[in-house]
Ligand binder design. Structure first.
Ligand code: GLP
Length: 240
């Protein structure tokens, strides 16, 4: 694992952008695995700025997102569908038919199978990951099998608490379930880029890098992937 420790969130976003941009520039039809949450917002801003300033073309880029909440209308302000359109897709003018996210409504089992099948036709060139404070990746909570494919999960209380900041202002509760790429799905990516910032990620980052490879810390599986770059700020990297 290549580890880069930077001072602050802005530097983290710029470094992550360099890694992402190198992949986008080196492929004719880049396939990006994308993440939501607060961690990638700065990176996405850099991608939009670069598209606007330098004309980086996203018309041949295909994207697969990691996860989606179950039970929210697709256009609800807190779906990952909405998040991705507001924070990246509209800004880089990627064609709608090029973007994929798991569907959190309807026949969920079938949706998960269809998502996994859709991904089989592609090889993800770079998978972006944040990390949950409990070591989750995507929405693969502690205890998830390392062999898992795209599936429905029940969210841990700690994860629902972490994400309550987005739902509280709406007077709504965080959904109890989500659809997520599985750990085996994530591990198929050619390259993985993990970003984490802030004190509350320090233990999860430590366990991911230096802890035992165990299903109790889903992110620890990344120790077994041949091409992982981890970028952390000094707070998240303080135990490394
Ligand atoms: C969320 C998402 C993950 C994300 C993680 C960290 O719940 N499902 O994909 O990486 O938890 O989120 P944040 O970046 O907001 O700390």
């Amino acid at each position: 694992m290549k580890i880069i420790i930077v001072e602050n969130y802005d530097q983290l976003s710029e470094k992550a952008f360099e890694v992402m941009k190198e992949v986008i520039d080196s492929k004719e039809n880049p396939v990006l695995g994308l993440a939501t949450g607060s961690s990638p917002i700065g990176l996405y801003k850099c991608m939009i700025e670069d598209h606007k300033k330098n004309g980086t073309d996203y018309s041949k880029v295909t994207t697969f997102n990691l996860d989606e909440y179950v039970g929210l209308d697709k256009h609800h302000s807190q779906t990952y569908y909405t998040f991705m359109h507001e924070n990246l897709f509209e800004g880089v003018e990627i064609p709608e038919e090029n973007v994929q996210l798991p569907l959190g409504n309807g026949d969920l089992e079938q949706n998960c199978k269809d998502y996994e099948k859709a991904m089989e036709d592609y090889e993800v060139d770079i998978q972006l990951l944040g990390i949950g404070s409990n070591g989750h990746i995507g929405f693969n909570e502690p205890g998830t099998s390392f062999d898992s494919l795209t599936h429905v999960v029940e969210l841990k209380e700690s994860t629902r608490k972490d994400n309550a900041r987005f739902f509280d202002p709406l007077g709504e509760e965080v959904p109890t379930h989500a659809c997520t790429m599985g750990i085996a799905t994530i591990m198929k990516a050619k390259k993985i880029l993990v970003i984490a910032n802030g004190d509350n990620k320090a233990d999860a980052v430590y366990n991911m890098v230096k802890g035992e490879v165990t299903e109790d810390c889903p992110a620890s599986i990344l120790q077994n992937h041949p091409d992982v770059t981890l970028i952390v700020d000094s707070a998240a990297g303080k135990r490394l």
